[in-house]
Design a protein around this ligand. Structure first.
Ligand SMILES: *Cc1c(COP(=O)(O)O)cnc(C)c1O
Length: 355
C-alpha cells in the first residue's frame, strides 16, 4: 500500500470554515461533516480527474440509476491524531481491498489504489484541524460509490461517482444493549450480497430492527437464513461470544462481512493469550451456556463503536441476562485496540499508517 503523494489532486478550497460552529464535546455520530470532500467520476469506461472541493449538496437527475436499482457501496474507517499532532489511519489497505470486493459484487468499477489512497490522504491533510486528539476522538471516514448513469432500464450503470466525506466523532457509550435473536428475518443469504458493504444490506435490516426496537431490544443478532440456528452478526457488527474463557466468533462467509475490527480483535486476543475459536456458534449452544452460567460475554465489533457490549438476549420469547463482570474481555480488547489506534501503545502489528 502506498501513502506517498505522487500527484497533487486539484483542490478547490472552501471560502470559509464551519469548524467554529461545531461543538466537539457534543458530537452525535456521523452528523457533522468537514469543509471539503473528495470526488472522482467514472465515465466512458475510465476514472476521470479527481478533485477535492467544498462539501456541498449536488444535483442528480430523477432517473439516476442508484435511486432505482440501488448500486451503492461504502466503507467506514477512522483516522486518529496523536500527541505530536501526527495523523494515523488504521489498516486502510483492508478498507481499500474490501471496497473493491464490494464494487465487483455490485457490478461497479474498481477504484484504483492511487485514487483511493491519495484522495483519502490529501483530504485528511486539508481538513486536519477537524481531527481532535485524545482517546475516543477520531475522524470517521466514509468513502462511497453510487451509480450516476440515468434511465430506468434495469442494467448496471455506465457512470459512477466515488466520494469520500469526513465526519468528526467522539467515543460513544451505547448504553445497555439488549438483543433479539432472529428467528425469521435474515440479513444475508448464500449467493447474496451479505459479504459486500452494500447500501441495500442496511435498508433490508431496518424493518426487522424496528420491530425488535418496539419489543425493547436495541439490536438483532442475525442467524443463518437457511436454518436460523447459527449466530452470525449483531446488527451491523460482527459478534463475539465468551463461553468460560474462550472467545468464539463465526468464520466470515458469503453471509458474514469480513470486518477489520473482527480480525484485529482476534489477533489482539491471541496475542494476550486468550483462547479464540473461529467456528459457527449455534443458538442452542448459546442458550445452553446462558442456562448453565458459562456464557460470560457477548459483544459486537465494528469501526464505529469499536466494541459494543451486549447485556442480554432474547430467544423464543425467553430473555437471558448476562452476568455483570468487572473486568470483561470486551473492555480489555477495546482498551488495547484504542491505545494502538491513538498511538498510546506500541503498534507491534504494523496496523497504523501515517497520513
Ligand atoms: C461494516 C460492517 C461490519 C464491521 O466492519 P469493520 O471493518 O470492523 O468496521 C460488520 N458487519 C457488517 C454487516 C458491516 O457492514
Amino acid at each position: 500500500m502506498s501513502t506517498t503523494q505522487t500527484n497533487k489532486i486539484e483542490t478547490i478550497k472552501a471560502s470559509s470554515t464551519k469548524i467554529n460552529e461545531v461543538d466537539f464535546s457534543n458530537l452525535s455520530f456521523g452528523s457533522v461533516f468537514t469543509d471539503h470532500l473528495f470526488e472522482c467520476d467514472y465515465k466512458n469506461g475510465e476514472w476521470q480527474k479527481p478533485v477535492i472541493k467544498p462539501y456541498a449538496p449536488f444535483l442528480l437527475d430523477p432517473s439516476t440509476r442508484v435511486f432505482h436499482y440501488g448500486q451503492a457501496i461504502f466503507e467506514g474507517m477512522k483516522a486518529y491524531k496523536d500527541e505530536n499532532d501526527d495523523v494515523w489511519l488504521f489498516r486502510p489497505d483492508e478498507n481499500y481491498k474490501r471496497f473493491n470486493t464490494s464494487a465487483v459484487r455490485m457490478a461497479m468499477p474498481e477504484v484504483p489504489e492511487e485514487i483511493f489512497m491519495s484522495g483519502l490522504n490529501q483530504l485528511l491533510q486539508l481538513d486536519e484541524a477537524w481531527i481532535k486528539k485524545g482517546k475516543g476522538n477520531a475522524m470517521y471516514i466514509r468513502p462511497f460509490m453510487i451509480a450516476t448513469g440515468t434511465g430506468v432500464i434495469a442494467n448496471p450503470s455506465d457512470d459512477y461517482k466515488f466520494m469520500i466525506i469526513l465526519s468528526p466523532v467522539s467515543s460513544y457509550y451505547s448504553g445497555d444493549v439488549k438483543v433479539l435473536i432472529a428467528e425469521h428475518f435474515s440479513r444475508a443469504a448464500n449467493g447474496g450480497i451479505g459479504a459486500a458493504k452494500a447500501a441495500g444490506n442496511y435498508a433490508a435490516q431496518f424493518y426487522p430492527t424496528n420491530l425488535a426496537n418496539k419489543e425493547g431490544f436495541q439490536q438483532v443478532i442475525w442467524t443463518d437464513d437457511a436454518t436460523h440456528t447459527k449466530l452470525e452478526e449483531a446488527g451491523t457488527m460482527n459478534v463475539f461470544f465468551r463461553i468460560n474463557d474462550t472467545l468464539l466468533t463465526a468464520p466470515v462467509s458469503e453471509r458474514i462481512l469480513d470486518g477489520v475490527t473482527r480480525k484485529t480483535l482476534i489477533d489482539l486476543a491471541k496475542s494476550i493469550g486468550i483462547n479464540v475459536e473461529i467456528r459457527s456458534v449455534l443458538v442452542s449452544e448459546l442458550v445452553e451456556a446462558a442456562k448453565n452460567g458459562t456464557l460470560k460475554e457477548i459483544f459486537g465489533a465494528g469501526t464505529a463503536a469499536v466494541v459494543s457490549p451486549i447485556s442480554g438476549f432474547s430467544y423464543q420469547d425467553v430473555y437471558y441476562e448476562l452476568p455483570k463482570i468487572e473486568f470483561t474481555m470486551a473492555l480489555q480488547l477495546k482498551t488495547k485496540l484504542e491505545n494502538i489506534q491513538n498511538k498510546l501503545e506500541e503498534d507491534t502489528f504494523g496496523w497504523t499508517v501515517k497520513v
